[in-house]
Every structure is written in structure tokens, then in C-alpha cells.
Design a protein around this ligand. Structure first.
Ligand code: SAM
Length: 225
């Protein structure tokens, strides 16, 4: 079992560091800043629907889920959020993270997202339904009609086996036409896998400290699965 350590990033928000992998959960230039840029601004905010289904690969600290909840609260959109995670974090560790404190919407919702049951949908608020699924990405049954995908696995050079053609093909098939997939990663090999799956892919400016990131869209000619 990996033992993550809490570290402070440049915007004052925490991240986790795994010494055995020499890998962080977020950018050390700012965890909240990075998640907001990559997943909320470049992903969620590009979707014009009033009811949005999000799939996240790598629930981890739940930061992306929490920021998505805040977006839902601010805009009135309803979100069905599915987060996949093979290594759920211990509650004692999550309780020490400062995401809830740094945000006016408070710690209680953030902690509720971690304390609630796994593998069943839970209504966190009227407009935010969370289903955390404890599964390896490679074993997930990719069925559904997702509008937005957050691809937030560890970096490809640290975890090659989760950046595969098969996973991108599966994601393509479970997304609605027009659906958007974002990731902090800008690697050419990842971009080529996305294109091979059928996505239209663009390199867009990354968060501070990172020149570029990838955004993929399922073309509109495809119908929902
Ligand atoms: C870069 S971290 C990001 C986590 C999260 N989005 C966050 O903001 O904290 C990657 C996450 O993917 C999870 N993960 C790694 N390999 C996995 C696998 N094969 N299947 C499911 N989850 C995996 C890790 O445990 C970790 O929580």
C-alpha cells in the first residue's frame, strides 16, 4: 500500500506526494489552480447542458469532484458525477487536506464526499449526485452517456498501463456526441491514441508551470451509446 504525504502547493492548497513513485497528485504550482484550469475551465464549463454527467478517472483526493460541486452550486446545473478509484484514501488523511477550508462552501460537503458509501449513487445535495466506484480503470465496465470526462491518472511516464488505446476507445464509446475529455497531459503519444479512438483533439494552454494540455471532443456526428 502506497503512503501519500501531504504537501503545500504554490497557491496555498494541499496536494499528496507518493515517495515510492516520486509522483504528486497535482501540480506543485497550485493544486486548486491546476484542477480549476484543466477540468473546470477547459472541461465542465465547455458543456452547455443543464444536466451533466461527468466521469473521472482517478477520484483520489476528490478535489475535482468538490470543484465541480461548487460550479454546480454557482450555476444551477445538475451534475451526476462518477469517480473511479483503485486506491481510496484513508479518511484520516483526507480530513487533513485544506480544500474545504479554503473555500466558502465549506468542509462539510467535501468530507461528506469522502465519508459517503462507495459503489452506489449518493445524493450529496439536490443538484450533485456522486457515485464513487472502487475499481481498476482497466476493469471498469465503460457503459453510459457521459458529457465530460476528467482524465486524471498519474503521469504516463509513472504509470504507462493506464494510458492505453483500449481505455481511450472505451471512453470514446461511453461519451455523448459533442462530449469533452480533458487531461493535464500534453504528450504526443496520448494525443495520437485519442485521435485513433475518433476524438477531435486540440492542444490548449496548460495551467501555470505547464505550457500545454490536451482537450478531446467526440465529434457531433456520433450518436449516444
Ligand atoms: C493524479 S492522481 C489524481 C487524483 C484526483 N483526481 C485528485 O484530484 O486528487 C491519480 C489517481 O488515480 C488513481 N489510480 C491510479 N491507478 C489507477 C487504476 N489503475 N485504476 C483506478 N485508479 C487508479 C490513484 O490512486 C490516484 O488517486
Amino acid at each position: 500500500m502506497l503512503q501519500p504525504e501531504i504537501q503545500l502547493t504554490a497557491d496555498g492548497s494541499h496536494t499528496l506526494f507518493i515517495p515510492e513513485m516520486d509522483e504528486h497528485y497535482h501540480s506543485i504550482n497550485g493544486a486548486i489552480q491546476e484542477s480549476t484550469h484543466v477540468f473546470i475551465d477547459a472541461g465542465l464549463r465547455q458543456c452547455q447542458k443543464k444536466i451533466i454527467r461527468i466521469l473521472e478517472l482517478g477520484f483520489g483526493t476528490g478535489l475535482n469532484a468538490f470543484l465541480s460541486y461548487i460550479e454546480s452550486k454557482n450555476t444551477g446545473i445538475r451534475i451526476y458525477y462518477t469517480g473511479l478509484e483503485k486506491y481510496p484514501l484513508p479518511t484520516g488523511l483526507v480530513e487533513k487536506l485544506n480544500y474545504g477550508e479554503l473555500n466558502p462552501h465549506g468542509n462539510e460537503i467535501y468530507l461528506e464526499m469522502h465519508r459517503c458509501a462507495w459503489n452506489i449513487p449518493v445524493q450529496i445535495t439536490t443538484d450533485f449526485i456522486l457515485e464513487k466506484i472502487s475499481v481498476d480503470f482497466s476493469e471498469f465496465d465503460f457503459r453510459g452517456t457521459y458529457d465530460v470526462v476528467y482524465y486524471d491518472a498519474f503521469a504516463p511516464d509513472k504509470q504507462t498501463n493506464v494510458w492505453t488505446q483500449e481505455i481511450f476507445d472505451n471512453l470514446f464509446s461511453c461519451m455523448n456526441s459533442g462530449g469533452i475529455l480533458t487531461t493535464y497531459c500534453a504528450k504526443g503519444s496520448v494525443r495520437r491514441m485519442m485521435i485513433q479512438s475518433g476524438f477531435k483533439v486540440e492542444r490548449i494552454p496548460g495551467p501555470p508551470g505547464k505550457r500545454q494540455m490536451l482537450r478531446a471532443q467526440k465529434p457531433s456526428k456520433y450518436t449516444s451509446q
